[in-house]
Design a protein around this ligand. Structure first.
Ligand SMILES: C[S@@+](CC[C@H](N)C(=O)[O-])C[C@H]1O[C@@H](n2cnc3c(N)ncnc32)[C@H](O)[C@@H]1O
Length: 206
């Protein structure tokens, strides 16, 4: 029997997608903030109550609030202007794209994920943000010794995300992080009123 012919290499000219990595170069944080300081990112920042409180409380740190909805991102920008918070910037963009493409290796001190959308239906789990693959992208962007903090009201999501992170060899659970000194956020306030429990976990970049 004749041997089947080797599969031809894919022809790059047949790929209809333009690489979006060509759209923007990574941010240079000292250029953005006009100084060299630890940079912390709040992903899915909502209306920015938390990011504003952190920026006000910790003027020695710089904060980037990433939010994909224009209305919410605009509210964050207004808070930064009204509060004259030069250490708070807002970016209207998708979090995973931002971390993967717009943050230089080791350029972040910490990343916060507060009440990320839990996507409770099994068929929607592919939309959940804190996957093993995203953990690897975060590990690239966060400096060694830096931090990742997850807060959620959804126990199923919490267990799922922790299991995903268990596969990330670059992250180690931060046993001493309780999150009790964290300022609140709009969703936290709402969930508190509903009597929902809160689940928190921190990881340290090895
Ligand atoms: C449940 S709210 C939590 C908001 C805020 N962190 C808080 O604690 O109040 C989730 C927020 O994440 C935003 N979001 C969801 N997925 C996102 C993504 N992939 N990139 C950027 N923002 C996202 C939503 O628009 C929403 O504002």
């Amino acid at each position: 029997m004749a041997k089947s012919a080797a599969k031809p290499a894919p022809d790059p000219s047949s790929d209809p997608w333009l690489p979006s990595t060509r759209l923007f170069p990574p941010y240079l944080w000292p250029e953005v903030f006009g100084r060299t300081a630890p940079v912390e990112v709040d992903l899915g920042a909502g209306d920015g109550i938390y990011a504003e409180a952190r920026a006000r409380r910790e003027p020695e740190r710089d904060f980037v609030a990433v939010e994909r909805l224009l209305g919410r991102a605009t509210k964050i920008a207004k808070k930064a202007v009204r509060g004259e918070l030069r250490n708070l910037k807002v970016l209207r963009l998708e979090s995973a794209y931002f971390i993967k493409n717009l943050c230089s290796p080791g350029s972040l001190d910490a990343v916060t994920l507060r009440y990320p959308d839990p996507w409770p239906k099994r068929r929607h789990h592919g939309n959940r943000i804190l996957t093993t693959a995203f953990g690897a992208d975060l590990a690239r962007a966060v400096r060694s010794g830096g931090q990742l903090k997850l807060t959620t009201d959804d126990n199923d999501y919490f267990q799922w995300a922790c299991a995903e992170m268990d596969h990330c060899s670059n992250w180690q659970v931060q046993m001493d992080w309780s999150g009790v000194d964290e300022p609140t956020s709009e969703f936290e306030e709402q969930f508190k009123q509903e009597g929902r429990s809160v689940h928190r976990r921190g990881w340290i970049r090895k």
